[in-house]
Ligand binder design. Structure first.
Ligand code: PMP
Length: 365
């Protein structure tokens, strides 16, 4: 581990070292099995137990009750852009409402339009996606198919501080890909909450979908089988072969959160502490660093900012790498710097980055 840099990648991203160590220790032969998990049938009782264990860990961390199913799917978060409207919109004659607060919401809207009628209830593109709406800023009709939003826009670093208002008759649908498990949630508010694992919950390959059971029957039987949520729910995520290794690692991450971190309240507190360290440097830099998100919409997962010019930005990235602070380049569509500080990023890594930022500003301002 002494060769590991502090990895600020937006995803796939840093994982907890104790989880990686366990995976390493169990890789050749899973305790109690005569093989690696990688070689084991998904129908093997030992794997089925691992899958149920991962599900139960998520249920207890987030307080997910029996009226929601927890599904482990493939196709990434991107497939959910289509699966959600294919199940909840196609053929209903209704319209689905979307809050467009960043790149990922915009992509989801483009896919949803292929499935049915979509209305953009709120659009933050006019201010370069730097904020989330306030409660009176949009309207959703009572008969909308659902209200969709992305809780944390990974590229812009813009995060909803709490669930957006939604009529009681309308299912709330959330892409939580880059802030899943970063804080406690009231799961009763959600029709669907989904997240690809490779940012805050595990390796690439599995997408968690938490869905109210009363939404399972809306999709038509004529949908391609994989796209119908009901097939996955009826078969315990084994309608076809699930991504076994990713589920196994995700289960370990969930256990790490519960046992080592102390649950999601403690995780949120640690995340807020980490994010403040960076935002304080930005705010105290006399405009050497400019944050992208408005302060009230700032993400505690992806901290985005720019420097006075492109040359300084390149120098920042290369000098940071010399200090073992890597993957800080912002997304190509917005430029600048992005420090992703997911759950598994240690406080020491963020302290090292904050110290580097202060030092770099004082030498280059
Ligand atoms: N939604 C959000 C918020 C994301 O950050 C990403 C990945 N960067 C996606 C969706 C797409 O995820 P995937 O690549 O797993 O399809």
């Amino acid at each position: 581990t002494n060769q590991r840099a502090y990895n600020f990648s937006a995803g796939p991203a840093v994982l907890p070292v104790p989880v990686l160590e366990e995976v390493r220790d169990e890789l050749l032969c899973l305790p109690g099995a005569r093989s690696s998990l990688l070689e084991m049938s998904h129908r093997d009782k030992q794997f089925v137990d691992i899958l149920h264990d991962a599900e139960n860990s998520l249920r207890s961390l987030l307080g997910i009750g029996d009226d929601h199913a927890v599904l482990f799917l493939q196709g990434g978060a991107a497939l959910q852009f289509s699966m959600i409207p294919a199940n909840l919109l196609r053929g209903t004659g209704k319209s689905a409402a979307y809050l467009q607060t960043g790149t990922w919401g915009k992509k989801a809207i483009a896919e949803a339009k292929k499935e049915g009628d979509v209305s953009i209830a709120y659009d933050a593109s006019g201010s370069n996606f730097d904020h989330t709406p306030g409660s009176g800023d949009y309207n959703v009709p009572d008969d909308a198919a659902y209200l969709y939003y992305c809780s944390n826009e990974t590229i812009q670093g813009v995060q909803f501080q709490s669930e957006p208002p939604c009529p009681g008759s309308v299912p709330l649908v959330c892409d939580a890909s880059s802030d899943f498990l970063c804080r406690p949630l009231d799961m009763e508010k959600y029709g669907i909450l989904y997240a690809c694992a490779q940012k805050n919950a595990g390796p690439a390959g599995v997408t968690v979908v938490v869905i109210k059971r009363d939404l399972l029957g809306i999709g038509s039987d004529k949908l391609p089988g994989y796209l119908n949520y009901k097939n996955h729910a009826d078969n315990d995520s084994e309608w076809n072969t699930p991504p076994t290794f990713a589920i196994y690692v995700l289960g370990k991450v969930a256990k790490w959160l519960a046992n080592d971190v102390g649950g999601l309240d403690a995780m949120e507190q640690a995340n807020r502490t980490k994010a403040s360290l960076l935002y304080d440097v930005i705010d105290g830099s006399g405009r050497f660093y400019t944050g992208h998100a408005r302060p009230e919409s700032r993400s505690i997962m992806n901290v985005t900012f720019t420097l006075p010019n492109d040359d300084l930005q390149s120098k920042f990235i290369s000098t940071a790498a010399e200090h073992d602070l890597v993957n800080l380049k912002g997304h190509r569509s917005v430029g600048g710097i992005r420090a992703s500080i997911y759950n598994a990023m240690p406080l020491d890594g963020v302290k090292a980055l904050a110290g580097f930022m202060s030092d770099f500003a004082s030498k280059n301002a």
